[in-house]
Design a protein around this ligand. Structure first.
Ligand code: ADP
Length: 169
């Protein structure tokens, strides 16, 4: 699997799947979630509402999939990152689950390229360095015959710098 780093807006990425750092309501929010719903259109929210009606809220660490609406991607994989509360062990496991479950779901959809934002490092205040370490570890650990490329999309300079160093190692 190839790993790439891009600085920019995930809604512009042409990948088979982009990942959304959603909240458990699946009904949209701020940050990257708001950007994806705004750029992708109402179809994404409609499918999120269908999922909610079927299964209820999405638990932290889990992932669900919808269309990408009018985005250049095929699918949006919505995963719910943990809100940082200082419990490093528990939060780290939950964040790792986000990456694992998103990758598993992507594989089941025959996704070849997938883009991740820096889950939980915005409104959810997860320490960026720790989150970056977890993201890169989980992706490197995930052996896939299906997924060919993983793109980390960093929006802010601090995350870009963290990922650049991590991926040089
Ligand atoms: P969370 O609630 O999981 O912390 P946020 O959306 O607040 O989610 O932040 C997650 C990360 O997404 C942050 O690093 C933020 O800078 C980044 N981000 C915000 N908007 C975009 C975007 N359009 N594309 C990619 N990343 C984004």
């Amino acid at each position: 699997m190839k790993i790439e780093l891009i600085k920019g807006d995930i809604t512009k990425i042409k990948a088979d799947a982009i990942v959304n750092a959603a909240n458990s309501s699946l009904l949209g929010g701020g940050g990257v979630d708001g950007a994806i719903h705004r750029a992708g259109g109402k179809q994404i929210l409609d499918e999120c509402i269908e999922i909610r009606n079927r299964q209820g809220k999405c638990k932290t660490g889990e992932a669900v999939v919808t269309t990408a609406g009018s985005l250049p991607a095929k699918y949006v994989i919505h995963t719910v990152g943990p809100v940082w509360n200082g419990d490093e062990e528990k939060s780290s496991k939950l964040l790792a689950n986000c990456y694992q479950n998103s990758l598993r779901l992507a594989e089941s959809l025959d996704v070849k390229t997938i883009a991740f934002p820096n889950i939980s490092t915005g409104i959810y205040r997860f320490p960026k360095e720790l989150a970056g370490n977890i993201a890169v570890d989980e992706v490197k650990k995930f052996n896939s015959d299906v997924i060919e490329k993983i793109i980390f999309v960093c929006f802010d300079d601090e995350n870009e710098e963290i990922y650049r160093k991590l991926l040089e190692e």
